[in-house]
Design a binder for this molecule. Sequence first.
Ligand code: AMP
Length: 397
Amino acid sequence: MKILVINCGSSSLKYQFIDIETETVLAKGLVERIGIDGRLKHTPAGKDAVVKEESIPDHNKAVSMVIEALTDPEHGVISDMKEIDAVGHRIVHGGEKFASSVVINDEVIAAIEECCDLAPLHNPANLIGIHACQELMPGTPMVAVFDTSFHQTMPEKAYTYGIPYEYYEKYKVRRYGFHGTSHRYVSGRVAAILGKPIEDLKIVVCHLGNGASVCAVKNGESVDTSMGLTPLEGLIMGTRSGDLDPAILQFIMNKENLDIDGMLNVLNKKSGILGVSNGISSDFREIENAYAAGDPAAKRANDAFVYRVVKYIGAYAAAMNGIDAVAFTAGLGENNAKIRKEICDYLGYLGLKVDDEKNNVRGKEVVFSTEDSKVAALLVPTDEEMMIARDTASLVK
Ligand code: AMP
């Protein structure tokens, strides 16, 4: 069975075409600048990428270009679009309606539409992707896989905010959490790598990318996570502030003469590593270089980022009454040994010890704690697309 995995944004569309029997990626690509001008980069497995620049006015055109690329006699990997057995769509927000992936039908689409309120930037774009695929591939089964659904197992005490309960009753204001597909994949791999049933493990997954979140996984279920109603809460991220005193908003708005949209723009796009480093970069590679050159702003950003992650791990050790494993994933978690080491060095109180040689890797699965470490430390490259393809295959079979 061959699955097309689609991650649709407002002006971009990422895709992977996966053979689920062998779990191999046959091709992947990215359509960018939809509605602006248009560019498709298509990479068949084992071959060079091909780039096509032409007008892409809407997502229908983007999807039709993806189908063309997949069936192209030269760069394609199938001869007919009928070989696309199913499509898996990444959907950002499933609210409380979806605790697992589902086959898409009219009812599901209506429910995703109802969640647009909770993710006004993402869900409408995800829906456009679904509609475009339905139009161009009528009759092909489709599945929705939600960033939020893994966290629906969180207990009430973890998802409840300290605000009047009527806001939950009226508007469903609560913690939802994101990166669920990644946290699910990585925690599953941790159990497999350690050779233990996931039902017996307490795992903290640190998804450290430009967007970053930590998740407490107990007995295979998410019991807490750092992102909230939106992805703005929690860790200090590339450009997002993460946690802060809510009264800061009014204070800065008054001083800087900002309205609430302007303030949220600052918190989403100008804060985090970028803001704390006084504008060096949102990319940790540049922070590292500046830090190595002795820049105190880079050190400040680095240290504040690490400290926030460490505080969350401590909180989740308390929430789960201990930790068996800490796993690192996403751009920074997979590629930055120094950050992994700095975080783990705070965790000596848990009995975690790093083997520096084993930690000196990037982008591959490894247990990098010492043999006698009481808590296992792991690097696990995430694979959200494979998870989406697996869910899609199992639901449409
Ligand atoms: P992501 O959002 O998962 O792509 O992660 C972005 C972050 O990961 C940035 O801060 C990058 O500095 C870091 N990152 C991504 N790829 C690499 C790499 N190959 N080497 C070092 N850092 C990387």
